[in-house]
Ligand binder design. Structure first.
Ligand code: NAD
Ligand code: TYD
Length: 351
């Protein structure tokens, strides 16, 4: 039977990889991408699938409750994979309110729309919330986040994601909504908006601009290739246990400064610069307020129960990622100039 899967935030970084995976891997599914197209949403990320018969785009704001009821009524989705969010910690420090609206109110609107649409007929239905390891707070030098780690969010971003995780689980316990939640570590790869560390620094190294390292650069992040995250979501969506949580991560911890130095070395080579040239761009700046020291994920449950393993070694993934940004300078120029925001009007409204 033809299934309809509604993916929110499908024009963003991770969402576009997930939409591409689903549209190509499951021609029997109808994939409906619901996205507001904020600064982080870019339909050019999905050029290669936009004309596929099993792909539909709906420009919509998940904060608009009535519109969500209408969209669920129209498409009658069998499954929802919810990624739409405000996702950048620095922006959440500068302006927390947008994070409350989209991440908390928006998620609640989707839960209500799913409940109403499914009218307590939950067989073969699933609401999947894609979340972050940042809900667990910050680690010291040792230890890993497991699915049992108590929530301790410390930024407005992570607090809003923790809140939405709690709401998703509350709808499961209170109303019986079939849900699944995953909490993933930092992603890297193609199509990431250049405000996050890796694409921002690739762009700055290329253009000989300063590399603003927060504090001493000793904070630690656990990096996972975005396509491995998308594969994990596919697996959990189809095989995860109802009501369960899965941590996703690649056991790949790096201090920011070590990672930045590796990026500089790779880019010196690729750009034909003298060794050490790009490192001169490193500029230590004032630390981020409330900067979490260390994130590190224990993903053994996902590996053991569902057989997932990351497919790429980090060094290989980083090389691939740097190559992608160097080969797609037009994409980088488009997003840094803001040009991409007209793409929807050109591609969709003028059809
Ligand atoms: P992103 O910022 O690249 O994309 C977010 C997408 O959501 C954009 O397409 C944007 O237009 C859309 N959106 C924002 N507000 C909306 C609204 N009100 N209505 C409809 N659409 C809206 O984010 P990302 O990095 O791809 O992250 C996707 C999800 O994965 C988020 O929920 C994030 O919390 C989670 N996550 C991200 C990471 C990471 O490293 N990037 C790690 C773990 C979890
Ligand atoms: P980021 O990519 O914003 O992800 P998150 O804050 O969700 O982990 O940042 C990754 C790390 O890099 C984080 O410790 C903050 C640091 N960072 C910098 O030092 N300079 C920068 O310009 C940015 C964007 C991040």
């Amino acid at each position: 039977m033809k299934k309809t899967i509604l993916i929110t935030g499908g024009a963003g970084f991770i969402g576009s990889h997930l939409v591409r995976l689903f549209v190509n891997k499951y021609p029997e599914y109808q994939v409906v991408n619901v996205d507001k197209l904020t600064y982080a949403g870019n339909l050019a990320n999905l050029k290669d699938v936009e004309n596929k018969p099993n792909y539909i785009f709906e420009k919509a704001d998940i904060v608009d409750a009535e519109l969500m009821f209408k969209i669920f009524d129209q498409y009658q989705p069998d499954g929802v994979i919810h990624l739409a969010a405000e996702s950048h910690v620095d922006r959440s420090i500068a302006n927390p309110n947008e994070f409350i609206f989209t991440n908390i109110v928006g998620t609640t609107n989707l839960l209500n729309a799913a409940r109403k649409c499914w009218a307590n007929q939950f067989e073969n239905k699933r609401f999947y919330h894609v979340s972050t390891d940042e809900v667990y707070g910050s680690l010291g030098e040792i230890g890993l986040f497991t699915e049992e780690t108590a929530y301790d969010p410390r930024s407005p971003y992570s607090a809003s994601k923790a809140s939405s995780d709690h709401l998703v689980r509350a709808y499961h316990h209170t109303f019986g909504l079939p849900v699944v939640v995953s909490n993933c570590s930092n992603n890297y790869g193609s199509f990431q908006f250049p405000e996050k560390l890796i694409p921002l620094f690739i762009n700055n190294i290329r253009n000989l601009k300063a590399l603003p390292v927060y504090g001493k650069g000793e904070n630690i992040r656990d990096w996972l290739w975005v396509e491995d995250h998308a594969r994990a979501i596919d697996l959990i969506f189809h095989s995860g246990a109802n009501g369960d949580t899965y941590n996703i991560g690649g056991h790949n911890e790096w201090t920011n400064i070590a990672l930045i130095k590796v990026m500089c070395t790779i880019m010196d080579r690729k750009l034909g610069r003298a060794a050490g040239e790009s490192e001169k761009l490193i500029t230590y700046v004032k630390d981020r307020a409330g900067h979490d020291l260390r994130y590190a994920i224990d993903s053994s449950k996902l590996q053991r129960e569902l057989g997932w393993t990351p497919s790429l070694q980090f060094e290989e993934g980083l090389e691939k990622t740097i190559d992608w940004y160097l080969e797609n300078d037009a994409w980088m120029k488009q997003v840094t100039s803001g040009d991409y925001q007209n793409y929807y009007e050109q591609q969709y409204l003028n059809r």
